[in-house]
Design a protein around this ligand. Structure first.
Ligand code: SAM
Ligand code: SF4
Length: 335
């Protein structure tokens, strides 16, 4: 049962993303509705259950763990989870423990995260304009996030900014954000908006700003060199020759990256999603909770689930509607 996780397309699964909560202190327009209904507490895996779950994946060969949400740093006592996971870094079983955060709580948590062995952090930031920041996050305050970024860098964490490319919203900040990141030695990755969750009043096709267009706009200001490096995920990278900066592009809608996919996603309720763009999932909470002293049923359930990992996703905007759309929100599966 301790055999490594290999899916039906011979891809080794070595990367687990874990959403530790569906809650958040922001309400970003492309991610959540304003009046979200969150899950009752008993549905959530406890921190001890999350530990057992993640440790089982590490036993099965997972080398990289990314903690996400919702906003992972609003989960009560989450630092005890990070501290406990650091034992797998110490043993060498885990190569990297990292997180994706909106940055709002980093002023408090950057140093304890570093002390727990975290070395890199992805921070989501779509604009450097205070008023626009309120518009896109509904509840967020830019100054608090900027303080969080300062704290992360002061603690020694390598920061990467993830920005969602939004038409008529941050197009005009392409160069200012690039320059701001260069001046602070921060890597920048642009994400194409994905058709997640119910569309509600938000017209996600209207929000769509193609990264091909973004790249073209960048090429008017910088000399771009394509980099061959891949991470097993949907990101591709360019270097800006004038600044030496690396710019990432996550384009799930315009490129097929699935052939090298090495990852699966665990929700805070213990559902394992095999692909961000498909509904295929397996419940791991039952085998975990029903067998508190025996890990074999959980290992079996994980192996069985990996055996169902689909070849790829079906997102497509080409017909001017969000085809291949999945109904769950990003805050459920984690970004
Ligand atoms: N709260 C944390 C944060 O914002 O970084 C972690 C969870 S959030 C769901 C993870 C990432 O998903 C963020 O970078 C966010 O911008 C991105 N995201 C959310 N909804 C999206 C969508 N519809 N399309 C593309 N990216 C999305
Ligand atoms: Fe919260 Fe992150 Fe979703 Fe924004 S993108 S609402 S910060 S979970």
């Amino acid at each position: 049962m301790n055999a490594p996780l290999i899916d039906p397309f011979a891809r080794a699964i070595t990367y687990l993303r874990v959403s530790v909560t569906d809650r958040c202190d922001f309400r970003c327009v492309y991610c959540m509705s304003e009046n979200m209904q969150f899950l009752p507490k008993k549905e959530l895996l406890t921190l001890e259950e999350l530990d057992r779950m993640c440790s089982t994946f590490v036993d099965l060969g997972v080398k990289k763990l990314r903690i996400t949400g919702g906003e992972p740093l609003v989960r009560r006592d989450i630092m005890t989870f990070f501290q406990s996971m650091s034992r797998h870094l110490d043993s060498g079983a885990l190569e990297e423990l990292t997180l994706t955060t909106n940055g709002s709580q980093l002023a408090r948590f950057a140093q304890p995260l570093y002390d727990a062995g975290v070395r890199r952090v992805n921070i989501s930031l779509d604009t450097l304009d205070e008023e626009k920041f309120v518009r896109v996050t509904r509840w967020g305050r830019l100054a608090q996030v900027l303080k969080g970024i300062d704290a992360a860098q002061a603690a020694g964490l390598k920061v990467k900014i993830n920005a969602v490319a939004l038409k008529d919203f941050n197009e005009d900040e392409l160069i200012t954000m690039t320059q701001w990141c260069a001046s602070r030695d921060i890597a920048l990755t642009w994400i194409e908006v994905m058709p997640m969750g119910d569309l509600g009043n938000e017209d996600r096709v209207g929000q769509y700003w193609s990264l091909n267009d973004l790249r073209h706009q960048l090429s008017q200001h910088y000399t771009l060199t394509e980099l061959s490096e891949r991470t097993g995920g949907p990101a591709r990278y360019l270097r800006l020759e004038e600044t030496g900066q690396k710019i990432g592009f996550i384009t799930p809608l315009t490129h097929n990256f699935c052939e090298s996919c090495n990852r699966v996603r665990l929700t805070c309720t213990g559902e394992l999603y095999l692909c961000l763009g498909q509904e295929d999932m397996a419940d791991l909470r039952a085998p975990l909770r029903n067998n508190p002293k025996d890990n074999v049923p959980l290992q079996e359930a994980i192996h069985q689930a990996i055996g169902l990992k689909p070849k790829g996703h079906d997102f497509d905007y080409s017909r001017q509607k969000a085809d291949g759309q999945v109904t769950r929100h990003m805050s459920h599966t984690g970004g």
